[in-house]
Design a protein around this ligand. Structure first.
Ligand code: NAP
Ligand code: MG
Length: 400
């Protein structure tokens, strides 16, 4: 059988720990037997980031921008403990943060539903997609430790040299301070990509922020979304029979929990970070969620929403078997291959990607899965069988 080929490379961003191991196994067992992978390879493993003074992360982000499609493995965001563990030269920033700052855009996260795994909220019969703004706020903030009595002010220097000063706080003693920002350009791109995504998936769009407290900052998100909706989308939405709604973030959380799902939920950067883990867990597992970063100029980076699964990696390194769930990482690859297939009108590649997803879901539905799912799986007449990661991948391969 000849392998499926495509023309333009995909940016391949290798990562850390257990997901790094899964990455190689997915390629070996599921992809390479069928597809002649053509990738530009960037090793974002912490050791190589340290060797390159983190230059490789920047190059990888630029490669996604240049090639239009990327696939990323989970990576360690180092803290002081990691700095010691890996003997790092310095504390590098989050690779996702660096890449998102280059690409801008929105991260869409959707649970991967399988029969036999009931969400913790049983009324959620339809998926809920989180649309997470991927630029700015606390992820690109200046964090300051105030070590004693101090007066803190915000100073804005305009392009013409004129200045404005705003009081923040008169510190009587030690404390903390943070300055953060966003831009109209990025918020507008965020709004457009959310409206487009919801329209393409025929789902309502909800936006929640805290504009009662953060009147100017969060108020800007509300105003820009309203403006983009009126000018560009209201007619299309009415024709499609879907809606757009703004509500306070706390009300939004309560209403999502009471709903049956089936909406795209636009979240500011931090809200999206927190809420997507809550949603993924409530839908069954962190590893049952697909995630794609869509940039305003039409570049796509596919990833898993979970981390490097450190606890499993330490077991693996000690020679023990692990049952780490590779589904989100498989869906990152299938997403990237399908997108490349679409961009080259390569029906064979698009079909392979969808067959790979189908085989993955069918394997679980027939009772073969990793440990995180085996303990929550319930289907009449099927006793779930817990497999180690490699055997699970082989079971998918035989269904494929
Ligand atoms: P994590 O890697 O997501 O794992 C947290 C726990 O969730 C695991 O210990 C495991 O629970 C469960 N889990 C997550 N993914 C799983 C999978 N695929 N299969 C089975 N169980 C899974 O989060 P973390 O331990 O907080 O972070 C580890 C490292 O990942 C950190 O260095 C962090 O910086 C990095 N991180 C990277 C990204 C990213 O690159 N996108 C995102 C988040 C975190 P049990 O141990 O109970 O089995
Ligand atoms: Mg997170």
């Amino acid at each position: 059988m000849s392998k499926i080929k495509y023309v333009k490379p995909i940016a391949e961003l290798q990562g850390d720990e257990m997901t790094r191991i899964l990455w190689d196994w997915i390629k070996e067992i599921l992809l390479e037997p069928h597809v002649e992978l053509n990738t530009e390879y960037y090793d974002l493993g912490l050791i190589h980031r340290d060797e390159t003074d983190d230059l490789v992360t920047k190059e990888a982000g630029e490669a996604v921008k240049r090639l239009g499609v990327g696939v990323k493995c989970a990576t360690i965001t180092p803290n002081n403990q990691r700095k010691e563990e890996y003997n790092l030269k310095r504390l590098y920033p989050s690779p996702n943060g660096t890449i998102r700052a280059i690409l801008d855009g929105t991260v869409f996260r959707t649970p991967i539903l399988v029969k036999g795994i009931t969400p913790y909220i049983p009324t959620w019969t339809k998926p809920i997609t989180i649309a997470r703004h991927a630029y700015g706020d606390v992820y690109k903030a200046t964090d300051v430790r105030i070590d004693g009595a101090a007066k803190a002010e915000l100073l804005v220097t305009h392009a013409d040299g004129s200045t404005e000063k705003y009081p923040v706080h008169d510190f009587a003693g030690a404390g903390v301070l943070q300055g953060m920002h966003n831009t109209d350009k990025s918020i507008t791109a965020f709004a457009r990509s959310c409206f487009n995504f919801a329209l393409a998936s025929n789902m309502d769009l909800w936006l929640g922020t805290k504009d009662t407290i953060s009147k100017i900052y969060d108020g800007r998100f509300k105003a820009i979304f309203a403006d983009v909706y009126e000018k560009e989308f209201r007619e299309k939405y009415e024709k499609a029979g879907i809606g757009y709604e703004y509500t306070l973030i706390d009300d939004c959380v309560a209403r999502v929990v009471r709903s049956s799902g089936g909406m795209v939920w636009a979240c500011k950067n931090y809200d999206g970070d927190v809420m997507s883990d809550m949603l993924a867990t409530a839908f069954g597992s962190l590893a049952m969620m697909s995630s794609v970063l869509v940039s305003p100029d039409g570049n796509f980076e596919y990833e898993a929403a979970h981390g490097t699964v450190t606890r499993h990696y330490y077991k693996y390194r000690a020679g023990e078997e692990t049952s780490t769930n590779p589904v989100a990482t498989i869906f990152a690859w299938s997403g990237a291959l399908a997108k490349r297939g679409e961009s080259e009108n390569n029906a064979e590649l698009v079909k392979f990607a969808s067959e790979l997803e189908r085989a993955t879901i069918a394997t679980i539905e027939s009772g073969y899965m990793t440990g995180d799912l085996a303990c929550i799986f319930k289907a009449d007449g099927i006793t779930p069988k817990k497999l180690n990661s490699r055997d699970f991948l082989k079971a998918i391969a035989s269904n494929l």
